[in-house]
Design a binder for this molecule. Structure first.
Ligand SMILES: Nc1ncnc2c1ncn2[C@@H]1O[C@H](COP(=O)(O)OP(=O)(O)OP(=O)(O)O)[C@@H](O)[C@H]1O
Ligand SMILES: [Mg+2]
Length: 493
């Protein structure tokens, strides 16, 4: 009996300077959840884009339900029942939720577009996912997590037989993730096959039936998840043993550097007070929308505050804008690389050096390309950024490697007080560890690091102290010793 829905045979794809896929072959069983894992730049998204008809393979064949297929356009792939939720969301922001779900798939009543039916069906889909938002809401007003769910609804609405999800959970929190997992399992029960990409390996073990590992464009193997443990999977991914995922170092705790007193911003932040001392890493946990990013933005002068104060070494400071905060030694690795962190059409070199002009000026006051090259090469190496060269435009880098460029930019800047907002989102396990080591370095140098993260293992693994936020309030503070996943979750809700 042949129950493979999809057979990939010898798929290769090259881009200038990179062989993104090198004769990749594997099979996906009908009605299974098939995970696809690998380091940043391993070729996962490229493979998905081939299945989605966005790229054509240079060689190799794809067999879908016993039929050889070759998609010249995304539409052809869609017609064969393949739907994709891409890593970078592709919604139309000004349009409503209902409009987005039915974009390209409108329901007609006679010759008229039947808005009533579409809104009703959209409502049913949202209910299925436990989302209570109005379907008339423009997508632009939604959080990243909510947009993600709309993408999933949209794919499901296309009556797909193969649903491909490229890091769908990267932006979701525990609760939203649970709902998404349930939905994915429900889809499987209905005979839909799912290809699932994630850097969160816990999820793979929780959710998937089989897993394929890619490394440097090559297929390393496909195994049933029940026959493998996390360690083995990691070593398949990175090609070596990885010891100690969270290389936490303890430093002597010193004076208070930053203090926030009764910070308020109407409707967003309620009376928040906390201190951060030298030598400690403070983690901020909470659900998406709990006000964590808003807290950082208010402290950094990006958003106005209504009352309360921020003290640096005991002296009140107030930034009228972000620029002022930067010149006082503050830095921020922002959460959304696409809109806030990077200029897509500039090179890796330009992006890394962009915030550190003072470092790359020559004595004559001109930008020294030599210095720019030195610095960017240094960070490309330190963070193991996979790119053909430092002159490559960042838009051609894989998602995780773009995130590494954002991190590099702020590390080079060398700010004294650094807010990291979801610093390792979409970054593979090996590179995450490199980032944790760099965080250790920063603290050793006497810098202050505040890390916002939705990944509880990371918060627990790296923080000395954990602040938990919920609906704009600080609900509690846990020390490293007393913190557990359960305690944090209790405070979150
Ligand atoms: N359009 C493109 N032009 C040039 N190079 C590209 C293009 N798309 C991808 N690449 C390169 O192909 C390789 C594979 O990238 P891909 O996006 O498939 O990685 P990935 O496994 O999805 O990584 P991540 O986990 O970071 O998302 C990378 O080296 C990337 O820089
Ligand atoms: Mg990718």
């Amino acid at each position: 009996m042949n129950n493979n829905l999809l057979i990939l045979d010898g798929i290769s794809k090259s881009f200038p300077g990179v062989k993104a896929l090198d004769r990749v072959s594997f099979e996906v069983k009908e009605g299974s959840i098939h995970a696809l894992v690998g380091e940043n730049g391993a070729g996962k998204s490229t493979l998905i884009k081939i299945l989605a008809g966005i790229y054509q393979p240079d060689e190799g064949t794809i067999t879908l339900a016993g039929e050889k297929v070759r998609f010249k356009t995304p539409y052809e792939s869609l017609c064969k029942g393949i739907s994709v939720v891409h890593q970078e969301l592709k919604l139309s922001e000004p349009l409503s939720i209902a409009e987005n779900i039915f974009l390209g798939n409108l329901i007609y009543k006679g010759i008229r577009v039947d808005w009533k039916s579409m809104r009703k069906k959209a409502r049913e889909l949202l209910d299925k996912f436990g989302m209570s938002i109005d379907v008339n809401e423009p997508v632009i007003n939604l959080s990243v997590a909510q947009k993600q769910m709309i993408e999933i609804c949209k794919a499901v609405n296309h009556n797909c037989r193969l649903l491909i999800m490229d890091e769908p959970s990267a932006t979701l929190t525990e609760k939203e993730q649970k709902i998404m997992f349930e939905t994915v399992r429900k889809l499987r029960a209905n005979g839909i096959t799912i290809i699932y990409i994630s850097h969160r390996l816990e999820e793979i073990f929780d959710l998937a039936d089989n897993v394929t590992v890619l490394r440097d464009g090559k297929c390393i193997g496909t195994v049933p998840v029940k026959d493998i443990d996390k360690r083995t999977l990691i070593s398949m991914m990175v090609g070596r043993e990885l010891v100690n995922e969270y290389p936490k170092e303890k430093f002597e705790v010193g004076e208070t550097v930053l203090e926030v007193r009764n910070l308020c911003r109407k409707g967003v932040l309620k009376n928040i007070s906390f201190k951060v001392r030298k030598g400690e890493l403070v983690g901020i946990a909470g659900l998406v929308g709990s006000g964590r990013t808003e807290l950082a933005r208010a402290i950094l002068g990006i958003d106005k505050i209504d009352s309360g104060e921020v003290l640096l070494y005991g002296k009140p400071i107030k930034f009228s804008n972000f620029r002022a905060a930067i010149s006082s030694g503050f830095g921020l690795v922002p959460e959304s690389r696409k809109t806030q962190g990077l200029v897509q059409i500039l090179s890796v070199r330009n992006n890394i050096c962009m915030a550190s002009m003072e470092k790359v000026l020559s004595p004559s006051g001109l930008v020294s390309k030599r210095k720019e090259k030195e610095y960017s090469n240094e960070y490309v190496k330190k963070l193991d950024i996979s790119t053909p060269s430092i002159e490559t435009e960042v838009q051609y880098l894989s998602g995780g490697n773009q995130q590494k460029v954002v991190v590099a930019k702020w590390l080079l800047k060398g700010s004294d007080i650094i807010f990291l907002d979801e610093p390792t989102r979409g970054i593979d396990v090996g590179a995450k560890r490199e980032i944790y080591l760099l965080i250790n370095d920063l603290i050793r140098q006497g810098k202050v690091v505040i890390m916002i993260s939705s990944e509880l293992p990371e918060i627990l693994g790296m923080s000395d102290r954990i602040l938990v936020m919920h609906e704009g309030e600080l609900k509690g503070e846990l020390t490293r010793e007393e913190a557990t996943q359960e305690k944090i979750l209790e405070l979150c809700v």
